[in-house]
Design a protein around this ligand. Sequence first.
Ligand code: PRP
Length: 176
Amino acid sequence: MFQPSLRVLLTEQQIQTRIRELGAQIEADYPEGPIYLIGILKGACFFLADLARVLHRQARIDFIGVSSYGKGKTSSGEVKLTKDLDVSVEGAHVLVVEDIVDSGVTLTYLMHVLEQRKPRTLKIATLLDKPERRIKPVTVSYVGFQIPDEFVVGYGLDYAEDYRNLRDICVLDPAP
Ligand code: PRP
């Protein structure tokens, strides 16, 4: 029977400290005015909520949903939109907020979709980055932490929909 154990990789405090740093960097980089934070469902919801609250400006939020086929098994790059934005982002400063960039397939697809909405600027912020796993190159402007190729859960990240509400980010190790 699969009885996983959790090993803390990033504590709640490390995560929150890093988000404040990213917020300061974003504040410095963008001209005055609102930013549209676009969260990718579902994993990015906690990061988006915390990032929005460290910004000292109008941070408008919306969500977009995608599902990928053959994830982890193939590199087909087939992705489909499961939930579109509720708003137009034409002319807006759009910052896509992701929990983790792995193969890069999801973001490659999404950036293509969002570019067609004619935002004024379009950048990506991710809390976690696993560069070793990259199949498709993506330009990520804000990275919280680069992590090794281990299976991580917590702070929005799941294993079969569990563990998303952990406050720390943990490595899920199968029990010996
Ligand atoms: C995860 C994560 C990213 C994507 C990254 O989402 O939230 O959106 O995978 O993988 P990629 O770089 O290989 O495309 P997932 O499909 O697990 O959905 P979830 O956010 O609802 O858990």
